[in-house]
Design a protein around this ligand. Sequence first.
Ligand code: PRP
Length: 226
Amino acid sequence: MLAASMDTQGQSQANGGVNRPKQQQQQPSASEPAEMEPASHEETWRGGISEDIERVILSAQQIQRRVAELGQQIAEDYRGRDLLVVGVLCGSFPFIADLVRTMNLPLAIDFMAVSSYGNRTSSSGVVRILKDLNSSIAGRHVLLVEDIVDSGQTLRYLVDNLQTRRPASLEICTLLDKQEARTVDINTLYVGFDCPNEFVVGYGLDYAGSYRNLPYIGVLKPAIYQ
Ligand code: PRP
């Protein structure tokens, strides 16, 4: 087994230097940022996994602007209340990270991970909790954050489950709302965008585990999944 250790520069090393960077680089400090220009957004997302996208339906800029609007609205609504923001993994990770950074008020963050039985196009409605909350929600104001509400089965299960734990309030914030696909009633208080009934990826949404890291949301080329 390789034993990792930290050297005096804070660099991670493994036995025999297997994981050592080829060239030792001077790390930037907070007061002296690195001089190297990072690639622009356009450069980073030209080619690569962007090649698999047929068309972009929400640009990174559109998403960021809407997330800021939502965050501002939520912050106003919850000011002075004990707010717990709960992200549903994995899809909500970029959304919740961006959202809470637009909310200037005290809040706590927790996560749940669930898996739903069924295939991608038809959720069976049977949901299993893979990771539960770390903290009690009794008497607290809970905001559930999702990347997308599709059939609504996942949130139906989560809302019913969390209500039994007696929160002071429980509301839903979703970036995308695919109303056409809904099979159960879900009351979404905060919605970023209505979503067309197409298979979309990016900004947390995946296909076979990939594309979550795209900063925009797009429709996959059919050749990728056919
Ligand atoms: C997606 C999404 C929601 C759920 C919505 O999760 O993040 O949790 O599907 O679908 P529904 O409204 O039909 O229940 P997924 O199961 O794909 O897992 P992931 O978040 O890890 O991508």
